[in-house]
Ligand binder design. Structure first.
Ligand SMILES: *Cc1c(COP(=O)(O)O)cnc(C)c1O
Length: 448
């Protein structure tokens, strides 16, 4: 048995109800505009919001801030080689910096890029190169009630249809995102990764794994893919990532740090090209936009992420949170993913038409009722797509305890009891780019 005890604490408080009402109004009913001091349990994202271990804090103190040839970089290089199996690493300030380095190197105007599902920044970086992102999720990915083990998989059928349509020459890169963040954090099987490798070989494409949550994915593989029932998390991660030509990584997820990222590959030519582009956009290739101390903490975090005790506690904690919410009567996306539980707001607030943003209305009620901050991932965040109206409650790593999750479940229960009174919302002002409107747009309650 392994667990954690607390060495440092941070005070949080629940503002009074009238204050929460005022905060919500002042924030334009958009919780991105709230001050975090006014949030009691913050489940906005799992990105860079986790707690580091004592070993990581110790590594911070010994980080090497040399501009070139820093010892901390050697530590990162050796952690990436041991944990992920790649010889070459190009550090970046975070995942999207790594995406810019890699996709700026691999893509050009007119290319088409299949991915099980593009995460927002991936989609934007593919588009920024003049290429077209194409999602290839399996059909069950957007069905909140289908109880299947690998709803994050890449649909080979869709991928091959796409190649038939546009021709293989226009598809130089195939991406697989593990876990599939934009499909409720659902896992991808190793078998599916093998098939995507074959698919990439057929069309002579570079196979990239977006590895942000590779350790959580490996845990699901161990639990759900028979072939790997007796394999270690470290061996599964190593095998799955080993099918890729390159990985792109945000250290803010399974790197267990607050900032950082990298590209890793065994391909010497690709490495050389990425390195040059990284100098332009990120920094010298031994720090890449991170402080040396952050590089050092990332090297430790990567190794901790594949320790069974860590990742079992992590994923099982999210699963138990899902159970608490289901017991509170909340309709949730089943089964919960690795980093978050998703509420089905369309089902919870079925009296609200989609045009009045039931997901965003639910997000606001969770704050109003319990100072809980989640995020809408439905028609407010993704205009003009027919996704389910989901609200994501992302779980920061090693940060909250059962009492916090119980508070959230009680909050959800209370909101559901009063569901008939929940009003929809309409846009009051929005920025120019609809793709990123949910970060800054303001809303107001629909008139009575
Ligand atoms: C977070 C994330 C990114 C981008 O990483 P940042 O560190 O936020 O820039 C890319 N892909 C996926 C799947 C992610 O979850």
């Amino acid at each position: 048995m392994v667990g954690y005890k607390t060495k440092m604490v941070e005070r949080i408080s629940l503002p009074a109800r009238e204050q929460r009402e005022r905060n919500l109004e002042e924030a334009g009913y958009n919780v991105f505009n709230l001050s975090s001091d006014d949030v009691f349990v913050d489940l906005l994202t799992d990105s860079g919001t986790g707690a580091m271990s004592d070993r990581q804090w110790a590594a911070l103190m010994s980080g090497d801030e040399a501009y070139a040839g820093a010892r901390s970089f050697d530590e990162l290089e050796s952690a990436v080689a041991d944990v992920m199996g790649f010889d070459h690493v190009v550090p970046a300030h975070q995942g999207r910096g790594a995406e810019n380095v890699l996709y700026g190197t691999l893509l050009s105007e007119g290319d088409v890029v299949p991915n099980n599902t593009h995460f927002d920044t991936t989609r934007a970086h593919v588009a920024n190169q003049g290429a077209e992102p194409a999602d290839c999720p399996v059909a069950v990915a957007h069905d909140p009630s289908a109880s299947e083990p690998f709803k994050g998989n890449f649909s080979l059928e869709r991928g091959r249809e796409l190649v038939d349509e546009v021709g293989p020459d226009r598809v130089p890169v195939v991406i697989q995102t593990v876990t599939n963040n934009s499909a409720a954090g659902q896992p991808v099987s190793v078998e599916n990764t093998r098939r995507v490798r074959e698919f990439a070989d057929e069309i002579d494409a570079t196979f990239v794994i977006d590895a942000c949550r590779f350790a959580e994915n490996a845990y699901f593989v161990q639990q759900r893919e028979e072939e790997f029932a007796d394999a270690s998390i470290a061996d599964i991660a190593h095998e799955q990532l080993g099918y890729a030509d390159a990985v792109v990584m945000s250290g803010k997820k399974d790197g267990l740090v607050n900032v950082g990222g990298f590209v890793a590959t065994d391909d010497a030519d690709l490495f050389e090209q990425c390195k040059q582009r990284a100098i332009l956009y990120e920094g010298f290739p031994t720090y890449g936009g991170m402080a040396g101390r952050d590089v050092a903490a990332l090297a430790v975090g990567l190794r901790e992420a594949v320790e069974r005790e860590y990742v079992a506690d992590r994923v099982e904690g999210v699963r138990e949170f899902g159970e608490l919410l289901a017991e509170a009567g909340a309709p949730i996306y089943e089964p919960p993913g690795g980093h978050a539980v998703y509420l089905d707001a369309g089902a919870a607030l079925s009296h609200l038409p989609d045009e009045t943003f039931p997901g965003q209305a639910l997000v606001c009620e969770l704050y109003r009722e319990g100072g809980v901050r989640g995020v809408e991932l439905g028609s407010f965040a993704f205009p003009d797509t027919d996704r389910p109206e989901l609200v994501r409650l992302a779980v920061p790593r090693r940060t909250y305890h059962r009492e916090h999750f119980e508070h959230v479940a009680e909050t959800v229960e209370t909101v559901l009891e009063k569901r008939e009174d929940v009003r929809g919302l309409e846009l009051a002002s929005e920025p120019e780019m609809p793709e990123i409107r949910h970060f800054t747009a303001e809303l107001e309650p629909v008139g009575p």
